[in-house]
Design a protein around this ligand. Structure first.
Ligand code: ADP
Length: 662
């Protein structure tokens, strides 16, 4: 039997023509194919994976209109600007339009002038929109940020619940495509059920973001650490996430005073001011935003080069979402978490306050906070820690996080661990970490003496250690899984079967300690485990003799890493050119060119349109709109290098080029 081969439209050509990309990212071809086959889809892909392309390319080839339901106005504006840049007719319908503009856009839509229309969920049920929709030929409904349909998600939007009914009420039910970066089970099943997806193709791609570098630091002075970082990353766009509104104000002010222009963004800033700040950031008019978690979902800026956290957030879900706003363009970006001893208590306070009447939620939130805390204290590969948390397979080592790149020393803590074990077993009832620390230290606080805990055998077993050393020991045993904490408000500590087994078998217990660069050179460096008070107790110090130094690995080389000073300089010029074009055209710089594309141009230094068109990110529209400007910038740069390899004769049709500003 001969099966007829299905003919698909030239989607790969469209990817190059409209977006300038040569190959699809993981998951994109499967979802595009399913949609073109007329099948519903659910795409669960991380931020920056390229979800938009999955519905935009089918939309180009489908006969009718694609409606994209999107929760945020700024996101729609940006997407529509990018589509129109690529010459895909698109518009948005939301409350930012005046009544007259809205009517006009709807009339144009009714005339089939747009292929893609972005619409806020609140619009769907309005009579005006319903009238249009029932008459229009709607081929597909794409639901962006589909987790908003679920109360389990972080951004529940009640009007997302209207979508299924809206689709069913149309004369012909369109193909439905749902996209989200939230993969938890309850959210996924809510999306399937509440959007009423029919036998959908479900595609979940890996959550890893290889271009992101992860680091955790506990600096003595957080503000200084941030300034040091900014000093080393001039001219880059970044977000500094803070826990509280007051922190954002303070950090922004201090940064401005220190010469780093920065604005504060939080839910208490008036809405017009907030959107002005967001605009300034999108257009690279201000490089830095100090923000609470209120700054986020609408941020489509692809060239955020770093996300710093000024405090530990409340969960890894929140952290990965916020950190994930870096490097959406695929070029290298950094996510650095600065945490301090007070962060845990502040988060705990916030969680307890918001869950006063909901003990189950309190337990869930506290358990999330504990994993976040563990992330800050683990010696494990940070990327693997995150991915394992989200049930993703990992390699256990990524060579692109502060733990994989650090030099570690193995510290024998068998004796201290045994004392902890004995204490926990001896206690009449379980206690929290701070109580254990005080008992091990032998402090005679009222809680201890009134419960007669000072009479226990293990009382004061580690009195030779300083407080920090005991704290690190307990943290290390917790992150290693020898101790566990309850997830209620008390967080009492108990020993795990692994600890039982290790003690029973008299195993040597070691913890790893990260060495600072300067300490690596310094033989006399003593770890905090060995910050002992009296000189006679040296088991920890001597154990350090056995320590294994790990070779410092190099970060993976990347196509986007500029290799020479000339490339750096050209990149600078290209950015200046981009800013000029952005101002002339009223479009955010990253819409003109993603950072990734500029980096590739700087590395490859194309001299002809042909060469330029080979660069990833250069599609037909970009080539036509900006090709001459870019070639001109490269050409002038090379001439300025003065190496004599280029003369005017090397370039034809000189008059085509405008080099006035280079
Ligand atoms: P998401 O919605 O999944 O967060 P976007 O759709 O905003 O991601 O895409 C993130 C970035 O990746 C955008 O700059 C987009 O142009 C780019 N991108 C999408 N598909 C590809 C591809 N196949 N090759 C290279 N870059 C791509």
């Amino acid at each position: 039997m001969v099966t007829e081969k299905k003919k698909y439209p030239p989607v790969r050509k469209a990817l190059k023509k409209y977006y300038g990309y040569d190959s699809f990212r993981p998951g994109q071809p499967e979802l595009i194919k399913a949609l073109l086959d007329g099948r519903d889809v659910l795409g669960i892909m991380p931020t920056g994976a390229g979800k938009s392309v999955c519905y935009q390319i089918p939309a180009i080839f489908m006969p009718g209109i694609t409606l994209v339901i999107s929760p945020l106005i700024s996101l729609m504006k940006d997407q529509v600007a990018q589509l129109n840049q690529a010459r895909i007719p698109a518009a948005f319908l939301n409350s930012s339009l005046s009544a007259a503009q809205y009517r006009k856009a709807l009339a144009f839509a009714a005339q089939n002038r747009y292929k893609i229309i972005y619409v806020a969920p609140e619009r769907l049920a309005t009579p005006q929109f319903l009238e249009f929709a029932t008459k229009a030929n709607i081929s597909m409904i794409a639901v962006d940020e589909a987790h908003c349909v679920s109360q389990w998600g972080q951004n529940f939007r009640p009007h997302y619940l209207d979508i299924a009914q809206f689709a069913a009420a149309l004369p012909k039910r369109p193909v439905m495509a749902a996209f989200t970066a939230t993969a938890t089970g309850p959210v996924k099943s809510d999306i399937l059920k509440l959007l009423d997806l029919h036998d959908p193709k479900i595609l979940i791609t890996g959550f890893d973001r290889p271009n992101l570098y992860f680091a955790v630091e506990e600096p003595e002075d957080k503000f200084k650490a941030v300034c040091d970082y900014l000093e080393k990353h001039p001219g880059q766009s970044g977000i500094i996430y803070c826990l509280t509104r007051a922190d954002t104000e303070e950090v922004a002010q201090m940064l401005c005073d220190a010469g780093f222009p920065c604005k504060a963004y939080h839910a208490g800033v008036p809405i017009e001011e907030r959107s002005a700040i967001q605009d300034d950031f999108q257009f690279d008019r201000i490089p830095l935003i100090a923000a609470t978690c209120a700054f986020g979902m609408g941020i489509d800026k692809s060239n955020v080069r770093f996300v710093l956290h000024y405090s530990m957030p409340g969960s890894l879900e929140a952290y990965y979402q916020e950190a994930g706003r870096a490097g959406r363009d695929g070029a290298p970006a950094e996510c650095i978490l600065f945490h301090g001893p007070e962060d845990y208590q502040i988060n705990k306070f916030l969680i307890e306050r918001s869950n006063k009447d909901s003990p189950d939620q309190l337990t869930r939130d506290l358990s999330r906070l504990h994993r976040m805390y563990d992330y800050c204290h683990t010696d494990f590969c940070l990327r693997s820690f995150i991915l394992e948390y989200f049930n993703e397979p990992t390699s256990g080592s990524c060579s692109n996080c502060s733990n994989c790149l650090a030099t570690w020393k193995e510290v024998d803590v068998t004796e201290g661990a045994a004392a902890v074990y004995k204490l926990v077993r001896e206690l009449p009832r379980p206690y929290g970490k701070n109580m254990l620390r005080d008992l091990l230290r032998g402090s005679h606080g009222k809680r201890i003496t009134s419960a007669r805990l000072d009479k226990m055998q293990s009382f004061g077993a580690l009195q030779r250690y300083d407080l920090d050393a005991i704290k690190e020991l307990l943290d290390g045993l917790l992150t290693r899984g020898f101790l566990s904490r309850s997830n209620d408000a008390w967080q009492v500590v108990s020993v795990t079967p692994a600890f039982d087994q290790a003690i029973r078998n008299k195993e040597k217990i070691t913890l790893r300690q990260k060495l600072q660069n300067d300490a690596i050179q310094d033989e006399s460096y003593l770890s905090s485990f060995s910050r002992l008070r009296s000189p006679d107790v040296s088991p920890y110090v001597s154990a350090m003799q056995d320590m294994v130094e790990k070779e410092q690995k190099n970060r993976p080389d990347s196509t986007f890493t500029l290799q020479t000073a000339a490339e750096e300089q050209l990149y600078g010029r290209l950015k200046t050119k981009r800013l000029k074009l952005s101002r002339e055209r009223g479009l955010p710089p990253y819409v003109i060119f993603p950072d990734a594309t500029l980096l590739l141009i700087a590395r490859n230094m194309p001299l002809t349109e042909e060469e330029l068109s080979q660069i990833e990110g250069i599609g037909a529209a970009r080539l036509e709109n900006y090709g001459k400007d870019i070639l001109n910038t490269v050409r002038n740069f090379l001439s300025d290098l003065g190496d004599g390899t280029l003369t005017d004769d090397d370039f034809k049709s000189d008059e085509d080029y405008d080099d006035s500003d280079d």
